[in-house]
Design a protein around this ligand. Structure first.
Ligand SMILES: C[S@@+](CC[C@H](N)C(=O)[O-])C[C@H]1O[C@@H](n2cnc3c(N)ncnc32)[C@H](O)[C@@H]1O
Length: 253
């Protein structure tokens, strides 16, 4: 996977703020869990609220800056029980942690950071190995409407949002480039940062590979995981094939 080298964790955090209701969804889903593992924990958008609720939680991310930033945030939080939080810099395809978990979560499209079937399968196999008996694996991803994607101008930078801070204004633009044959949607973000009379730009790309529900189910099956629940939104509405999100729960078969 790889977010490219120009990637700046601060700008990433300003742009990728999750989906409405997703934090509460994961809090509820983990309510009875004593040991939680979050794969691709980033800067702790989900991990920190779970830690606030007193869970033992391990966060794994392969990006060193994400782990460093998150550790810095945790160190400043006197309200957290540090003994219950563990951060690991590692790869969700190959991680080895010497414990098992009641919940393993992979929120906010993290699954789509894996660009080939063999990578997704490797991740699912690691999940299988790290789940306690009766434990659940949860992920949420967007679903793709290929007809809609076909209409996107692949070269155009679309305005996404504008952020006003005391000392600067940041205009954020997005460009999506689609390769249907590989199911890749590479999303690039361009930041135009106005600070005083200066204007500078930063750009990075997040390569993603989307999967359909039946592809997810097949790869889970190969890793000896079976789907137990699926929803179409963070209020747990029943699954519909054309819903915008796909929320999956799976257990060891
Ligand atoms: C979309 S972000 C989600 C961050 C956080 N979970 C959230 O909900 O805001 C995906 C995260 O997965 C991490 N990631 C991507 N590929 C990974 C891999 N192979 N192993 C571990 N982490 C990975 C990225 O560095 C990033 O922090």
């Amino acid at each position: 996977m790889q977010i490219d080298d120009n990637y700046n964790v601060e700008l990433y955090d300003l742009t990728h703020r999750g989906n409405p209701g997703d934090v509460l969804y994961y809090i509820k889903a983990c309510r009875t869990a004593s040991q939680i593992l979050e794969l691709g924990c980033g800067q702790g958008r989900i991990l920190l609220p779970l830690a606030e609720n007193g869970h033992c939680i391990t966060g794994l991310d392969h990006h060193p800056d994400m782990i460093t930033e998150l550790q810095r945030t945790i160190n400043q939080r006197q309200d957290l029980d540090f003994s219950k939080i563990k951060l690991v810099q590692g790869d969700m395809r190959t991680f080895q942690i010497d414990r098992q978990f009641d919940r393993i979560i992979l929120p906010f499209n993290g699954l789509f950071c894996l660009l080939h079937d063999n990578e997704t399968l490797a991740c699912f196999q690691q999940v299988h190995q790290h789940l306690k008996p009766g434990g659940s694996f949860l992920f949420d991803v967007y679903t793709v409407d290929e007809e809609e994607l076909a209409l996107v101008d692949q070269e155009a930078w679309e305005p996404l949002t504008e952020i006003h801070e005391t000392h600067r204004t940041i205009e954020i633009f997005e460009r999506r480039q689609w390769q249907p044959e590989t199911q890749r949607v590479d999303a690039s973000y361009r930041y135009r940062i106005h600070e005083g009379s200066e204007v500078r730009e930063e750009i990075y790309t997040i390569p993603q590979r989307y999967l359909t529900y039946s592809q997810c189910r097949q790869l889970l099956y190969q890793a000896r995981l079976q789907i137990t629940q699926r929803y179409s939104d963070f209020r747990c509405s029943p699954w519909e094939a054309d819903s915008y999100h796909m929320l999956v729960w799976a257990q060891a078969a």
